[in-house]
Design a protein around this ligand. Structure first.
Ligand code: KG4
Ligand code: ZN
Length: 335
């Protein structure tokens, strides 16, 4: 079964072709250059850019898979959560193709795409704990099977990626800033500045698995205000900030594995591309006897292959969606 998948929930226009769940092509047209000057994604600009980029991106995905629309058996698109104007572009296109060609249509939860993205690289047995850390979300789930996800914890304020982006802005590193911090931190000392780590209170004898990054963000801001952003100490600020984020992410993620009784941890979403997070997660998992799996870099950040993969498994279970399905900015995942 050949499936065309579209992802347009934020500022990347992406299309992919999958054949029986195997990726045949995956194309991502990034809008990084467009929003950089504004220090963050401008929703109206994002949706207009999706309109311009979508058809060429779909054409590149079809060509990359050496196929045409005539051979496509089903169409999928992200229907939420995300920027509603951005979501509507990809979703409307997918529904239009499905309607015109009388094909089954699937609307995919973007978060489910991220949670399953690691399975594009290799098989991972359920159940697993998934840490999803991206620009819009930072949450922990127990993935029990395809389509069965239980929420274990969430951020109370910012997402981890958002904190990376804001600190990058304070340091004048541009947008999006996660990768720039990652690179700069390699030259810094992660123990140079002791930034605070939020640890939420214990509840019913077990640790709370929620996150909070706003105190850390304020601490970095105060530090930069006091010492100035434009000094040789920048790599130390980047490394010390990054270390604090990773401590909080991994502390809760490994606690979630222990509390849930699962044996493995999956880390997904844009922040899982972070080189220090990847190294530390694998090393600490090995020490704790917990298997840690992280997607290859191309599947960490937003892409349509993960959307197609989630859609394929819904179709396999006999599920599809009506063409009346709407975009939802705040779509949730799991019980
Ligand atoms: O998953 P994603 O592409 O989009 C959302 O669904 O939000 O995640 C984007 C986020 C951005 O905040 C970006 O700064 C962050 O992931 N990111 C990183 C790295 N690469 C991307 N954060 C830390 N280190 C990285 N190497
Ligand atoms: Zn994402």
């Amino acid at each position: 079964m050949k499936l065309l998948a579209i992802e347009s929930s934020c500022d990347d226009t992406a299309a992919a072709v999958l054949d029986d769940g195997e990726v045949r092509s995956s194309v991502v047209a990034s809008q990084d250059g467009i929003h950089g000057a504004f220090g963050g994604v401008v929703p109206e600009l994002a949706s207009r850019t999706h309109v311009r980029a979508l058809v060429p991106t779909i054409e590149r995905a079809l060509a990359g898979a050496e196929t045409t629309l005539d051979a496509i058996d089903a169409v999928a698109a992200t229907c939420g959560p995300g920027l509603v104007g951005s979501l509507l572009v990809g979703l409307s296109a997918a529904k239009a193709i499905a309607f015109a060609r009388r094909l089954p249509f699937v609307g995919v939860n973007h978060l489910e795409g991220h949670l399953l993205s690691v399975l594009l690289d290799r098989p991972v047995a359920f159940p697993y704990v998934a840490l999803l850390a991206s620009g819009g979300h930072t949450a922990l789930y127990l993935a029990e099977d395809f389509g069965q996800y239980r929420g274990l914890g969430n951020t109370r304020d910012d997402a981890a990626g958002e904190a990376f982006d804001k600190v990058a802005k304070m340091l004048g590193l541009g947008y999006p800033g996660g990768r720039a911090i990652d690179e700069m931190a390699r030259r810094g000392d992660p123990r140079a500045i002791r930034f605070p780590r939020a640890r939420l209170k214990v509840r019913n004898g077990s640790r709370r698995l929620d996150f909070s990054f706003s105190g850390l963000k304020t601490a970095v801001w105060l530090h930069v205000r006091e010492h100035g952003a434009d000094t040789g100490a920048q790599p130390d600020v980047a490394a010390s900030f990054q270390e604090a984020v990773i401590d909080m992410l991994l502390g809760n993620a490994f606690a979630a594995v222990r509390q849930s009784g699962a044996e493995r941890l999956v880390i997904a979403g844009g922040v899982s591309a972070n080189s220090r997070l990847r190294v530390r997660a694998l090393a600490e998992g090995a020490d704790l006897g917990i298997e840690v799996v992280i997607p290859s870099l191309r599947y960490c950040t937003d892409n349509a292959a993960m959307v197609g993969f989630a859609a394929f498994h819904r179709l396999r279970r006999g599920e599809s969606d009506p063409l009346t399905l709407n975009a939802s900015a705040t779509l949730e995942l799991g019980r």
